[in-house]
Ligand binder design. Structure first.
Ligand code: ZN
Length: 156
């Protein structure tokens, strides 16, 4: 898979390399690793960083046809050699602490007017509660704080 398809289909911007694909249990898993240019100290912005291990996050993303797709994404544990700061590089294409990508979130938000929460949960593979909270965040953003400037009076 090339970088362009990763970006346009799954929202993975530069900084990640596709390594290989795993086909397991009816799912497609794309393994992604972090490029060295992503290893930047968040405190001093230094580039002299050493890797201290890594873990992988499994992020559910938009399906390909009927196949569920996961991005098996590397999260390097690092230490800055200049200031000693320990940090990890979290994938920017997924919300913090979530098991899905922003691209899947966008799909759910775009289909929310056409399908029920239960249907969206079935299509996306996420739990009902997760889908509900994704929709709730969007509704809060769109309608949570209506502009009242210039409004004279509310009449029914
Ligand atoms: Zn540093």
């Amino acid at each position: 898979m090339n970088q362009s398809l990763l970006y346009h289909a799954f929202g993975v911007r530069k900084g990640y390399d596709y390594v290989w694909t795993l086909y397991e249990k009816g799912c497609i898993r794309f393994v992604l690793v972090v490029r060295p240019e992503m290893l930047v100290c968040p405190r001093c912005k230094g580039l002299d960083v050493s890797r201290k291990g890594r873990r992988f996050r499994e992020l559910r993303t938009v399906p390909i046809g009927l196949k569920p797709v996961w991005l098996f994404t590397e999260v390097p544990q690092c230490q800055c050699r200049s200031c000693g700061q320990n940090f990890q590089v979290s994938p920017p294409f997924a919300p913090a602490y979530a098991s899905h990508t922003r691209q899947l979130q966008a799909l759910i938000q775009s289909l929310r007017g056409m399908m029920t929460v239960t249907d969206l949960a079935a299509v996306s593979g996420l739990g009902w509660d997760t889908v509900k909270s994704i929709i709730k965040v969007r509704l809060e953003k769109d309608y949570g704080h209506p502009r009242l400037r210039g409004a004279g009076a509310l009449v029914d």
